[in-house]
Design a protein around this ligand. Structure first.
Ligand code: FAD
Ligand code: SF4
Ligand code: SF4
Length: 475
């Protein structure tokens, strides 16, 4: 009986794959967690209690069939586990690495709530798909029949790529446009290699290209090619351009004060072996410098840990609330601390010193009474100002959408008051007929797994739209 292999959580302790020691992982941009050995993956999967109502699945944005692929892994039936896993997730090996599992699937595992430590869902998901690639179980995309309809996807991030994958599998002609020279969006140029190695992303790019998805790279829509031209070329269009406008600080134009996305992109490009003049000149290279990162989200965590690996003299993270109230993942804070990052909690910037920056003027804060949302607002502590010395200051305060209707000259494309594209929650349909939207450009800065979900939902809706349009044409 299947259950015999399962329910081991009372006897088997939770065990993550081995984490490389900080002194070694600081030396390179390789991922910090090793892969499970086959027996270990099976053992850890066997801890699942096969809940009748699996909260892990409910809280996974893709509603992955987690209990089934855990059971199959525990039984050594890995190829079947892979088939089930990939049925709901276009990029399981990526989600297994970078989903904030503590807030999603694993954070809602009943075993965790009963005090035994959550099933290591993300690590097993990664293991299953990495094995599938190694064993050749990941089949090329070969549609049963080609269709004449075509879709233009603007943005090669996880949202656009997930949609491209689904549409292509149904034989639709898909062209993906991106302003960068490589696909992957933030998977490629935002998220550092120590969380997601780049060959993992490029492996998916190769699979899509091999399956017939056309990529038009180095094409900034709105500049190199108009939105209307893309709309005129295709039967439907998906906007999946993400959000890239950096939230700014007043008077932060001095030399040495840089945007997080520029800093991370330069570092990721270096890892690809590209020529990066701003890195080579030292402008975006932390080596030997005092680095101060402003912000408390995951982008800030990626910046501090990148600076450590570049050989910074010191790395400090300023955040205006305390540890318990920061938006970033606690797991990442712990990783950063292990690697030598110093967190300066309850500290807000109040200007900068130097024409070429020499320091950040810091105001100390305390947490006041909770506001309407229950979150404690930071309050200033008068007379507590000091200067934190810095050679490079990195602004990591979050991202906002660009003004697409204006940038692209498209009046009919409705946006929300936050500037995100207004789109139907289930289908991604926008105010323009045949135009859909997915990912961060709809949600605001969010997560990879939500971009995948949106891309898949939009692809399903687009297939229906294309089918209806074809029927009308045939009548
Ligand atoms: P993106 O990934 O941003 O892709 C959009 C693509 O559109 C880009 O390739 C861009 O070049 C292209 N584009 C934009 N405008 C144009 C144009 N005019 N013409 C042509 N192409 C255009 N999420 C997690 O789940 N886990 C993490 O650990 C995590 N870490 C993160 C770390 C950082 C530093 C950042 C910035 C984000 C992180 N995120 C993380 C969030 C996650 O990366 C995003 O939510 C996700 O990538 C959004 O996917 P997307 O497809 O909507 O957009
Ligand atoms: Fe968990 Fe993310 Fe995988 Fe869903 S996709 S099971 S949330 S790691
Ligand atoms: Fe298994 Fe935990 Fe999901 Fe229950 S909630 S099915 S124990 S992984």
């Amino acid at each position: 009986m299947a259950g015999q292999k399962m329910l081991k959580f009372t006897k088997v302790e939770r065990d993550m794959p081995e984490k490389r020691p900080p002194n070694l992982r600081k030396e390179d941009f390789g991922e910090i967690y090793a892969e499970y050995a086959r027996d270990k993956a099976a053992e850890q999967a066997s801890r699942c209690s096969q809940c009748g109502v699996p909260y892990c699945q409910t809280h996974c944005p893709l509603h992955n069939n987690i209990p089934d692929w855990l059971r199959l892994t525990a039984e050594g039936r890995l190829e079947e586990a892979y088939e089930i896993s990939q049925a709901t997730n276009t990029f399981p090996e990526i989600c297994g690495r970078i989903c904030p599992q503590d807030r999603l699937c694993e954070g809602n595992c009943v075993i965790e709530q009963s005090g035994h430590g959550t099933v290591t869902i993300g690590s097993v998901e990664k293991y299953i798909t990495d094995t599938a690639f190694e064993e050749g179980w990941v089949k090329p995309i070969r549609p049963h029949a080609e269709r004449s309809e075509s879709v233009g996807v603007i943005g090669a991030g996880p949202g656009g790529l997930a949609a491209a994958d689904m549409l292509r599998r149904q034989g639709v002609q898909v062209t993906v446009y991106d302003r960068y020279d490589r696909g992957g969006g933030l998977l490629t140029y935002g998220i550092p290699g120590f969380k997601l190695e780049k060959d993992i992303v490029m492996q998916r790019m190769a699979q899509l290209e091999d399956g017939g998805v056309q990529f038009v790279l180095n094409c900034n829509v709105g500049e190199d090619l108009s939105f209307d031209a893309i709309r005129g070329k295709h039967d439907a269009v998906l906007i999946a351009t993400g959000v890239y406008k950096t939230r700014d600080l007043p008077e932060s134009g001095a030399e040495g004060i840089v945007d997080a996305i520029d800093y991370l992109t330069a570092s990721n490009r270096k890892s690809f072996g590209d020529d990066v003049p701003e890195f080579d000149s030292g402008e975006l290279n932390a080596e030997g410098k005092r680095i101060v990162v402003i912000g408390g989200g995951d982008t800030a965590m990626d910046c501090v840990r990148t600076a450590v690996r570049q050989g910074a003299e010191s790395v400090k993270c300023l955040y205006r609330r305390d540890r318990a109230n920061m938006p970033g993942s606690q797991r990442e804070v712990q990783n950063a601390e292990e690697e030598g990052v110093e967190f300066v909690w309850l500290s807000a910037p109040n200007g900068f010193e130097g024409d070429a920056v020499t320091g950040v003027k810091v105001q100390k804060m305390r947490l006041g009474a909770p506001d309407a949302t229950g979150r404690q607002a930071p309050e200033l502590i008068e007379g507590s100002d000091y200067v934190e010395g810095a050679d490079i200051v990195i602004k990591a305060l979050g991202f906002e959408p660009e003004d697409l209707p204006k940038l692209w000259g498209v009046d009919g494309l409705e946006v929300t008051r936050w500037g995100t594209v207004k789109a139907d929650f289930n289908t991604g349909a926008t105010s323009l007929q045949g135009v859909y939207a997915a990912g961060d450009i709809v949600r605001g800065a969010s997560l990879v797994v939500w971009a995948i979900r949106d891309g898949r939902d939009a692809a399903t809706a687009m297939l229906e739209y294309l089918g209806q349009a074809a029927n009308v044409a045939a009548e």
